[in-house]
Design a protein around this ligand. Sequence first.
Ligand code: 2BA
Length: 105
Amino acid sequence: MKLVVAIVQDQDALAVLNALARQGLRATKLASTGGFLREGNTTVLVGVEEDAVDRVLDILRSTGSVRREPVPPAEGGSGEEARPAEVLVGGATVFVLDVVRYAKF
Ligand code: 2BA
């Protein structure tokens, strides 16, 4: 079994969850915050058998939008010179992890 951890933009989260549900895939949505922009994003956890991982990746690939986002000033001001004025955010940042054990009681 695999655990797909996907970080998506809040505005894409509903479409991702709907597409997963349509394919009978179970998911958990977590509210998260990006470490760089310090803005809200959504982390989606999807536990699936190995043969379904590509279906999950296809959904994430097709539902994520990319947008340009201004970078706010750094708290404390340090490293300000190195920060870009804006960055591209989205569609999905994805990690696929091996699940050592899965149980549901
Ligand atoms: P944030 O950390 O808020 O990053 C937002 C966007 O800022 C990133 O978009 C990237 O374009 C840019 N960025 C991030 N760190 C940067 C840096 N040190 N220097 C210059 N630009 C930087 P995405 O790559 O699409 O990432 C979207 C969100 O996915 C991230 O929000 C973070 O929450 C998560 N993420 C991305 N890569 C990750 C990783 N390796 N580990 C954990 N979370 C990650």
